[in-house]
Design a protein around this ligand. Structure first.
Ligand code: ATP
Length: 672
């Protein structure tokens, strides 16, 4: 099958009877009453994802680099007969429990995932499975899956596990809380066991230096997430002999070295600490067969790309093809996909769920509120929850704020008002962060005030409510933040406080809500209409499918509507009807009539009515003349230059002046 997507395959095999996906919480209710924002044709999903099931035809063993028709020749016979409990088993019901068990926080809806839209693209896509039993992952792992009470695979597991077991590279985009961790852990553990290589010390190095050689590397952006993945992998590999080690910054490195010396098959790490360990020649990546980037888009965004490239491309890591690479996230902006494709070979792209994968299990609300009213509004909401008996360990609330200082201040204020709260942010030392999470999880302080450090991946049972006290600037961050609730089939509530400051995200937010069949307030629709900027990170293609495979884009070279992303050197004259200009023009970007995003060096002459102005121009943006509604964000400007010649004001009427200016003061006179 050449470059064919499951969507296409499925629509040929059985046309979905449903034309439009209805989220579980809205089924059998009055249809969504909100206005539609725009006519957007043809949603790119099947409406019924149940693909024909066949066991994977053959299995690829990355360790032996061979394919075997009989996939699993068990060499390590591990059994669960031991009375010893697996780590965490039956402790955190919500975190480890099955869909059949409602740990609180709303009804568990296993069926919620049944008809989730699924799209797969790439060559020779291994078909999905319906049950774990269909995939021979080995007795030991199967036992552990049962122990974790995973009765049935979630859609991302149904689709991703066969792909990974077939040895294929993978980019998978699936909703928050839908089981991505197991989707990459199971094939790795199974593959390692199949290769009969686990648990063996692989230490080398000259003059007594002990270098550890992990076989699998799982990278994640935060310490907390790394710890959580570590716990999950330990659970899944209980009594298999697989050795799992975690390495993250902020904790003593010597202890982590000691753990590595005891042997490591799977290393879970944050990028910074890993680079440190490699540079100290205590870890070598030369034997890595499996590489996972969890929260891959975050890992590859502006902040992490350099470190990731270093790890993946320059630190002895086997090249694509010699290793198997898997990227997972709930959001995959096109520009990040492009970056990521450097790391992959002949990969399969999976999109499970729509719209940057904001899950339909989350009811989203937006309240229009002035900055100064936010505190009292928050306490009103919290009082209301208490009055409804929603409190304690079964009704945890996360409140997201913009800054670390803001987190501390709000936490203090809430505590004074009688709402036990704890803050978590990047300025806290690791021990404080761990302690904060513990106190939150156990319900001692059922309100967690957090910055984006807690936005991704954290799987805390019983978070029933996420409040975006300060909305993020990037809609993808919003998707991840609200995804702390509505996990593993449970429902959740997300409330956003929307103030004037949030105008730039209005359009993206309204679209996201609308596509998730949420009620969009009229005022937000009106704001959205005046804010031409869609919020960074949104796909700018017509399709808002949560994970649109950028390889399926039409010709992006000349005169196209979606022309030139990542023109590494020069991008000249995107013609007048180029709606979405250039993203990430590496060096110079000239005459984009409709704007350049992320121009690293110079953006010149965005003439007339440039709706999307130039964002993040590393150095200069010249001549955004006349009525550019959102003018120049974060870029210099000749006439009224500001912000140390990197962030500037718009020359003429500016629609969203001020956006992006909160990281520094505006300095007058760069060019004068
Ligand atoms: N097949 C399954 N059956 C029952 N529970 C499951 C299954 N798969 C995963 N879970 C549970 O669902 C929860 C969410 O899983 P996980 O943390 O892997 O989600 P995720 O997709 O990685 O979310 P995020 O995008 O926020 O990182 C976890 O508590 C996990 O134990």
């Amino acid at each position: 099958m050449e470059d064919e997507s499951w969507t296409e395959v499925m629509s040929r095999r059985s046309r979905p009877s449903q034309a439009t996906y209805v989220p579980p919480h809205l089924r059998n209710t009055t249809p969504f009453p909100g206005r539609r924002l725009s006519a957007r044709g043809g949603r790119a999903w099947t409406g019924g994802a149940t693909a024909p099931h066949h066991p994977p035809a053959n299995f690829y063993d990355p360790l032996t680099q061979t394919r075997a028709s009989h996939p699993f020749h068990t060499v390590n016979a591990f059994s669960f007969d031991s009375p010893k409990k697996p780590p965490n088993a039956a402790v955190d019901g919500g975190a480890t429990g099955s869909y059949a068990v409602d740990g609180g926080g709303g009804g568990v809806k296993f069926d919620a995932y049944e008809d989730i839209p699924v799209k797969a693209s790439g060559e020779d896509i291994p078909p999905p499975v319906r049950t774990f039993e269909e995939i021979d992952m080995g007795k030991a792992l199967n036992n552990n899956i049962r122990r974790c009470k995973y009765v049935k695979p979630t859609p991302v597991q149904r689709h991703a596990i066969p792909v990974a077991m077939a040895g294929r590279d993978l980019m998978a985009c699936a909703q928050t809380g839908s089981g991505k961790t197991a989707a990459f852990c199971f094939p790795i553990i199974s593959g390692l066991l199949r290769g009969n290589v686990v648990g063996k010390p692989r230490l080398g190095g000259a003059r007594g230096a002990r270098v550890a050689y992990p076989l699998a590397l799982i990278l994640s952006p935060t310490r907390e997430l790394s710890c959580q993945i570590h716990e999950e992998v330990k659970k899944f590999s209980y009594q298999t002999g697989v050795k799992v080690v975690v390495a993250y910054g902020g904790a003593p490195i010597s202890e982590q070295f000691r753990n590595l010396e005891r042997g490591v098959d799977i290393l879970v790490a944050t990028p910074g600490r890993l680079v440190d360990m490699i540079e100290r020649t205590r870890v070598s990546l030369s034997m890595v067969k499996y590489l996972v980037l969890d929260e891959a888009d975050r890992m590859l965004d502006m902040g992490f790309e350099r470190e990731i490239r270093k790890i993946v491309e320059r630190m002895e890591m086997p090249p694509p093809g010699a290793r198997q690479t898997m990227l997972f996230s709930a959001t995959f902006p096109t520009e990040i996909q492009r970056l990521a494709s450097d790391f992959l070979t002949r990969y399969i792209f999976l999109a499970i769920g729509r719209v940057g994968s904001s899950t339909d299990l989350i009811v989203q609300k937006v309240d229009l509120i002035q900055e100064k009213e936010k505190r009292s509004h928050l306490t009103n909401i919290l009082h209301e929850k208490t009055a409804q008996g929603m409190q304690g360990v079964h009704a945890l609330t996360v409140v997201f704020v913009e800054t670390k200082r803001g987190a501390d201040a709000l936490q203090l204020w809430l505590s004074k008002k009688g709402f036990p709260a704890i803050a978590i942010h990047g300025d806290k030392v690791q021990m404080e962060r761990e302690q904060a999470l513990r106190s939150f999880k156990t319900g001692s302080t059922p309100i967690l005030v957090a910055t984006d450090v807690a936005a991704r991946g954290l799987d805390v049972p019983h978070i029933t409510h996420v409040i975006n006290y300060d909305l993020p600037k990037d809609i993808n961050d919003y998707v991840h933040r609200i995804g702390r609730t509505g996990r593993a089939g449970k429902t959740g509530l997300a409330t956003a406080f929307f103030s004037d400051k949030n105008l730039p995200i209005a359009k993206a937010l309204a679209e996201l809500m609308q596509e998730a069949n949420q009620e969009v307030p009229t005022w937000l629709i009106e704001y959205a209409a005046t804010s031409s900027y869609g919020g960074s990170g949104r796909s700018h293609r017509g399709s808002k499918f949560g994970g649109h495979d950028f390889r399926t884009d039409a010709d992006t070279s000349v005169n196209g509507f979606y022309t030139s992303q990542y023109a590494d050197a020069i991008s000249i004259s995107q013609p007048h009807d180029a709606s979405y200009g250039a993203h990430h023009a590496g060096a110079v970007d000239i005459s984009q009539p409709h704007g350049a995003q992320y121009v690293d060096a110079i953006a010149i002459s965005q003439p007339y009515d440039a709706h999307y102005g130039s964002q993040y121009a590393g150095a200069l943006a010249i001549s955004q003349p006349y009525d550019a509604p959102n003018g120049a964000f974060s870029c210099a400007n000749p006439f009224t230059s500001s912000f140390s010649a990197t962030v500037a004001a718009e020359p003429f009427p500016a629609g969203a002046n001020g956006y992006g200016f909160d990281h520094g003061s505006i300095v007058a006179g760069g060019w004068d």
